[in-house]
Write a protein that binds this ligand. Structure first.
Ligand SMILES: [Zn+2]
Length: 196
């Protein structure tokens, strides 16, 4: 129905999270109506994205440097590590200004017991805990079935290290994402965190 390269771009957009085919068509039409300079700029930024941004070598947050700005900040509480699923969760929690410690980004959740450590940065977390004087690990995976299962698994792995393990308080909508929680709810969940 559409010219070939128009359709190609629609297909790309449709494959993005939360973008349906109709929305993709509207986005491509919108782009087509823009100046060439704007499109060149956009394609350059997309092309350079993975060249300029990497995962932090310590916490696996996204960063322009080897270590992210949070890991580089010596004023932060080095004895508290907040474990989250994705970099966007770091942003959401940072907005609450309740977390003055460091982070560890897992990169997702455990899906099935079969691929326990695969890709998830769990071994890296345990390594960090063994090497650094950490007093508390605050597990802030999402309150979904997968997030809860991951939290329990992590707690089992961390227990032998004799480190206090806490979990965000209830109050976050079950099945919801930390990324989308409002700041007041998230602040309350951090303040009311309970020991696992
Ligand atoms: Zn970092």
């Amino acid at each position: 129905m559409f010219p070939k390269s128009f359709q190609k771009l629609i297909d790309h957009f449709s494959s993005l999270p939360s973008v349906g085919p109709k929305m993709a068509e509207r986005l491509v039409l919108y782009l087509f109506k823009q100046d060439q300079a704007k499109l060149d700029d956009l394609s350059k930024i997309i092309g350079d994205l993975k060249k300029n941004i990497h995962y932090c070598a310590q916490c696996f947050n996204i960063s322009e440097n080897g270590l992210c700005s949070i890991c580089q900040d010596k004023k932060r509480d080095q004895s508290l590590i907040c474990v989250v699923e994705e970099p966007l969760d770091v942003i959401a929690i940072e907005k609450t200004r309740q977390m003055r410690g460091l982070y560890h980004v897992l990169g997702g959740t455990l899906n099935a017991p079969a691929d326990k450590n695969n890709a998830l940065k769990i071994n890296e977390l345990i390594g960090r805990l063994k090497k650094n004087p950490v007093k508390e690990v605050m597990i802030a995976t999402n309150p979904t079935t997968e997030g809860e299962a991951t939290a329990l698994y992590l707690a089992r792995m961390i227990k032998p290290l004799n480190i206090k393990i806490t979990r965000l308080a209830r109050g976050l909508p079950t099945g919801g994402d930390i990324e989308y929680a409002d700041e007041i709810t998230l602040s309350g969940a951090i303040e009311g965190r309970r020991e696992m």
